[in-house]
Structures are given as C-alpha cells and as structure tokens.
Design a protein around this ligand. Structure first.
Ligand code: SF4
Length: 199
C-alpha cells in the first residue's frame, strides 16, 4: 500500500487522497512518484478513515511538532476524512500543530462552506495563490471550475479570521513580474506570501 503518512525534512505529511480539482502546470505529480521519505504516493484506492486512523496509530509523532495535510492530491477533496483525521489527531496528539496545504477551492468542490469547521481542528492553512490574476490563475492551475480565482481569494479572506495562521504560496514557474504582482495582492489582503522555488 502507498504511504498515507510520510516525512519530508522535519515535517510529517498526510497523503489522504489522490483526487484534485486542478492540474497545476508545476505539479510534482507530473514528474515524480513520491517525495521526501515516501516510497509511493499514488494510492491504489483512496484511503478510508479506518486506514488513515491505523496509519496515525502506527506513526511516532515524537519528533514532528507539525503535521501537514498535503499529499498527491487536494486534501479537501476527501473532506470528511480530512475532518475526521484532524479531529482524531487533536484527541490523540494535541501537541502536534496541524496545517492544510490547499488549493483553496474546497468550498466550490464540496458545494458548502468548510473553512469554519476546518478551523475547529486545523491550526494553519497554506493556500495556493499561484498567480496574480484570474486569467493567469486559470492557465497555471487549470482548475476544473471556470473563473475559480475569486472563490479561492474569498476562501483566503475568510480563512484570515478563522485560522491561527494563513499563508499564500506561488511557485517560481511564473515570471518575476508575476511574483511581484502576487506579492502586492497578498500584501493588500494582509496575507504572507511564500515563493516556492520550482525545481
Ligand atoms: S492543487 Fe496540488 S495536487 Fe492538485 S494539481 Fe495543483 S499542485 Fe498538484
């Protein structure tokens, strides 16, 4: 079976689904079968909560102060399991900070508000801004929704008030001019921006 929990640098990561609502042009899934210490991140079936729970029970979180929902897929595409796993983590490992790396389109996909419930169990979210304009966002992220940029921004705006920490990210596959414009947008929204180096 592929890895449900894997480690990369000093973090533990939860790989709870391979479903995703985007086809980002920089997605690591296009190039590699796994990252970090993982051996395989493509699931032969998306894990059930029982399988995720078993992986949590088997993992030693002693040296991992933070765990991140960020695998070969968008965590909010397995929303019920995301919430159940985060809730279980808070019961069993309340000392571990929980972050979700998300494309910010989980409310569109699930057709309901989710940020409020997520914030009960999740400490931080990192949202993929990916581009400074709606047009470039569609090109870089290739979401399965038309004009998804405003929904992603609305999720980020709402998240600011709900989570202890909110961050945007872009990948350096876009131009420096676009990175600068993304920084300006992030500054205007009062959300820190992380630039991930494309490799
Ligand atoms: S949202 Fe994440 S998993 Fe989905 S295509 Fe983009 S980079 Fe890949």
């Amino acid at each position: 079976m592929s890895d449900i929990i894997y480690t990369f640098k000093n973090n533990a990561y939860f790989n709870i689904t391979n479903r995703c609502t985007c086809k980002c042009i920089f997605c690591i899934r296009n190039e590699h079968e796994a990252i970090g210490e993982a051996t395989e991140l493509w699931h032969d079936h998306n894990p059930s909560f029982e399988e995720i729970k078993a992986a949590i029970d088997a993992f030693d979180f002693t040296n991992y102060p933070e765990a991140v929902f960020c695998g070969y897929g968008e965590p909010t595409c397995a929303y019920d399991n995301l919430i159940a796993a985060a809730k279980y983590m808070k019961e069993k490992h309340s000392e571990v900070l929980l972050r979700v790396n998300t494309n910010g389109l989980g409310e569109l996909f699930n057709k309901k508000p989710i940020a409020e419930e997520m914030a009960k169990y999740i400490d931080a979210v990192s949202i993929s801004l990916n581009a400074p304009t709606a047009e470039r966002y569609q090109e870089v992220t290739q979401p399965c929704f038309e004009n998804a940029f405003p929904d992603m921004l609305a999720f980020a705006e709402k998240s600011k008030k709900l989570f202890s920490s909110v961050q945007f990210s872009v990948v350096s596959i876009i131009s420096q001019e676009e990175i600068d414009a993304s920084q300006k947008l992030a500054d205007e929204m009062g959300i820190p921006l992380k630039v991930r180096i494309y490799s």
